[in-house]
Design a protein around this ligand. Structure first.
Ligand SMILES: Nc1nc2c(c(=O)[nH]1)N[C@H]1C(S)=C(S)[C@@H](COP(=O)(O)OP(=O)(O)OC[C@H]3O[C@@H](n4cnc5c(=O)[nH]c(N)nc54)[C@H](O)[C@@H]3O)O[C@H]1N2
Ligand SMILES: Nc1nc2c(c(=O)[nH]1)N[C@H]1C(S)=C(S)[C@@H](COP(=O)(O)OP(=O)(O)OC[C@H]3O[C@@H](n4cnc5c(=O)[nH]c(N)nc54)[C@H](O)[C@@H]3O)O[C@H]1N2
Ligand code: SF4
Ligand SMILES: [Mo]
Length: 710
């Protein structure tokens, strides 16, 4: 046996960017632990990272391309697989036009440097309007609001959790999720530091979550009504005469418009929220009085009917209290690879609504349509109907609304291909699956999440495990497919463009991006400037310091001003004011995440699946009693669009009138995934509704779905 060696890398599984130290003997993993020398995460780790090794040993994981022959999967060689895929796509394009081929890119794409760099060119090579991604079941409102207010979709401010004295959090559960659009490896440690310096955290959530349990104060809120609460808070402070500090006010446009808008609001916005007006006012004044404060809201408020309004109001609250672009408030990063700059004009111009979906006319954003439109675009006949689907690193049957119906619709497609390491509830309907390398087999650099980190930091991880045989990386698959599709019936680029593409690899592109970035050798002309090789010589990464004020220089708006009242606001406020109540017998459904679960995957790993049944319906004892339901009993949950059986867990954690189901479950129908199948559970997204959307962004609204439980 060879010597035990240590390898340092960043975990790619979620947004937290935890540093890992991995002991290994060649390809054999001996241990995976948190890296105490990683300056960013300082040793934090969660159970998922330890399971990274299992992905490489899982017998159900695909290692060779497979094609379906008479309903059975057969391994094939890569050249044959590439032929099948390009021919399949071409055939459908020729028969029905380019829009007949749809693309869905899932969450791990953003955690994969190769997919980030080579996925966009592949998407363009399809020349289809039917591009979808997990963004529209996730953070889309943040992008839309940032583009309107700060001029760029990637200019999403992050809470400066390390310096704030008051963290007001809505719809997020970082004790479990480890933070989102708040990359903060080690949330528990940072929270403890906040509390040790006398700071407070207040959590607004319809469930007494794991994070609420650590808070100074928790308030139950009726799902979907956060915008009403925040509007009441903003109104209170404006009526108190509060306004942004002069310097900040000078960088804004629309202050008078905001004052006028507030004057038109009803006297009391709170009756429907479950929080009374006096408490909302107290919360607002407490927030404003804190030495520094920051309001932050995530999934629970991003995926609700007024998700964009909520994000807008969060920025407004931070702005009027002076907690914007200031230490302890909401701040922007200065990442070593500045993807906002790199996207340039593409991210800045108002690129929404240049085209719309065929059936419901939902507007595109940044070239993508809301995935809530995917189902109807497949099942509704007519010109432009989707006839083929490519999924990459995604599982929309479990992760998007009306998933069950989507699964049925996939059976009607003429061609489906997946780039995935597993046969899941979506990829099982494909004719061909191309399995890439993953996790420890890949180089890693967080192109996206350094941009949303609570400290400026940069780190590169090299691949640790040598992949089996000729397994291709995601980027190689994209590059090959792009080349094959682009060279068909279309003029090729100029010679130097082709030469650049041939020369390029993720490492070479990253090196260029670092050199041209704000700390780079070419940008600063400093002899010690950042290059990939300099970065690689620091295996724990390089701390680039606390976040720094950067406005107005970093605003991307034409007039270098923050747009305080984007166009969509007043219309959406009108809708908000009539946001409906549930009928008496109905309950409001929300979701939740779990520490040993990662969206719809990693459920095939025994180490993560140990223990009690996890896919349960949480219900308050009062609601259970009034329905004569018992703990542990199987119940049937029914919404407008679907019905699922699930085990009932009676819990004081739930606000009365609200029930919770974790997403990502429902594996019983998959032919492989032997472990996951035995823990199957049911899918919450068989109950969520493609018609429930956040208007301005088209993001799916998962929170507050009306259900009956029997
Ligand atoms: N009701 C409800 N629905 C939700 C949510 C919710 O809170 N409630 N959350 C939403 C959110 S935030 C998200 S991000 C989505 C996630 O939903 P999706 O992005 O659609 O799917 P995932 O469950 O992340 O599945 C990822 C797939 O990628 C594969 N994979 C893993 N690593 C790699 C890799 O390196 N390369 C490739 N090619 N494939 C890989 C896995 O095998 C798996 O099949 O779900 C959304 N859906
Ligand atoms: N262990 C684990 N970690 C993960 C993931 C995972 O699947 N497992 N997924 C990763 C991904 S892709 C993402 S996007 C992040 C998401 O991370 P977070 O944004 O922290 O999301 P959740 O953990 O789903 O927490 C959402 C909270 O919102 C509450 N909520 C629901 N509806 C409402 C509402 O209407 N109003 C309010 N105020 N609250 C509401 C829920 O009760 C829940 O506590 O987590 C990432 N980290
Ligand atoms: S919190 Fe996220 S990044 Fe950190 S170890 Fe767990 S999965 Fe990996
Ligand atoms: Mo997500």
């Amino acid at each position: 046996m060879s010597q035990i060696k240590k390898h340092f890398r960043t975990c790619n599984l979620c947004e937290a960017m935890c540093g890992l130290v991995i002991e290994h003997q060649g390809n054999q993993i001996v241990s995976i632990k948190g890296d105490p020398e990683d300056p960013f995460s300082q040793g934090h780790i969660c159970p998922k990272a330890v399971a990274l090794q299992d992905l490489h040993q899982d017998p159900d994981r695909l290692r060779k391309p497979v094609k379906k022959v008479n309903g059975r999967w057969k391994e094939i060689a890569w050249p044959e697989a590439y032929d099948l895929v390009t021919n399949g796509i071409k055939e459908v394009q020729q028969k029905y036009g380019n829009d007949a081929v749809a693309l869905y890119q899932g969450n791990p794409s953003v955690h994969n440097m190769g997919s980030m760099l080579y996925g966009p060119a592949f998407a363009r090579s399809l020349k289809t309007r039917n591009k979808f991604s997990a963004s529209s079941v996730d953070q889309l409102p943040h992008h839309v609001v940032s583009q309107h207010m700060f001029g760029h979709l990637m200019m999403i401010p992050v809470p400066d959790i390390d310096r704030t004295h008051y963290l007001l959090m809505l719809g997020a559960n970082p004790m479990v999720s480890n933070g989102s659009l708040m990359t903060c490896g080690g949330f528990p440690r940072r929270l403890k530091a906040l509390q040790d310096r006398g700071g407070k955290m207040v959590v607004i959530d319809p469930r007494y979550s794991e994070t609420a349990a650590k808070a100074h104060k928790h308030l139950f809120i009726k799902p979907g009504t956060d915008a009403l609460l925040l509007l009441e808070m903003v109104k209170t402070l404006i009526q108190d005469g509060m306004e942004p500090p002069e310097k900040l006010l000078g960088m804004t446009q629309g202050w008078q418009q905001l004052l006028d808008l507030v004057k038109l609001l009803p006297e009391d916005l709170c009756p429907n929220t479950g929080i009374d007006k006096a408490s909302a006012q107290q919360l607002a004044r407490e927030f404003a009085a804190a030495e520094t404060a920051v309001c932050y809201g995530r999934m629970g408020v991003s995926t609700q009917p007024h998700g964009s309004l909520v994000q807008w109001l969060i920025h407004i609250l931070n702005l009027i209290t002076g907690n914007f672009d200031q230490p302890g408030g909401a701040m922007f990063t200065k990442p070593a690879v500045d993807i906002a700059k790199a996207l340039g004009k593409n991210g800045t111009e108002r690129k929404q609504g240049r085209f719309a979906s065929r059936i419901r006319q939902l507007p595109e954003f940044f070239g993508e349509l809301p995935v809530a439109a995917l189902l109807e675009e497949i099942i509704t006949p007519g010109e432009g109907q989707i006839k083929a689907l490519i999924t990459s690193a995604g599982n929309p049957v479990l992760s998007t609304p009306q998933g069950h119906d989507l699964g049925e619709a996939l059976k009607t497609l003429e061609f489906q291909v997946a780039i995935d390491i597993y046969i899941n509830e979506t990829t099982r309907h494909a004719q061909v699956i191309l399995p890439p390398t993953t996790g420890l087999e890949t180089d890693h650099y967080d192109l996206a999440f350094h941009t949303f980190a609570v400290r400026d930091f940069t780190k590169f991880s090299t691949a640790l495990i040598k992949p089996a045989d000729d397994t291709q990386h995601d980027w190689q698959i994209f590059k090959t497919l792009t080349h094959r599709l682009d060279s068909i019936g279309r003029k090729k680029g100029r010679w130097w463009q082709r030469a650049f593409v041939r020369w390029s690899t993720p490492r070479r592109l990253l090196d260029l991006a670092l050199r041209f970035g704000p700390y780079g050798q070419l940008n600063s002309w400093k002899p010690g400037g950042l290059t990939l090789s300099r970065l690689r010589s620091k295996p724990h990464g390089i701390d680039l310091g606390a976040l720094k004020p950067c406005l107005p220089a970093r605003l991307f708006t034409n007039n270098k001003c923050i747009q305080l009242v984007p166009d969509f606001i007043s219309l959406d406020i009108t809708k908000l004011l009539s946001y409906g109540q549930a009928e008496n017998s109905q309950l409001l459904l929300i979701g939740r995440r779990q520490l040993r679960s990662n969206n719809s995957w990693m459920h095939n790993i025994p180490r993560l699946m140990k223990g009690a049944e996890r896919c349960t319906l949480l219900m308050n004892p009062r609601d259970a009693a009034s329905r004569h339901l018992q703990h542990g009993q199987k119940v049937q949950v029914t919404s407008r669009v679907g019905s699922i059986p699930i085990t009932l867990e009676i819990s004081e954690q739930m606000m009365p009138g609200v029930v919770s189901i974790p997403h990502g479950w429902g594996h019983q129908t998959t032919e492989t995934l032997s472990v996951a199948q035995s823990h199957g559970g049911s899918s919450i997204n068989d109950l969520t509704d493609t018609l429930e959307l956040d208007g301005p962004s088209g993001n799916a609204a998962f929170s507050g779905i009306r259900v009956e439980v029997e």
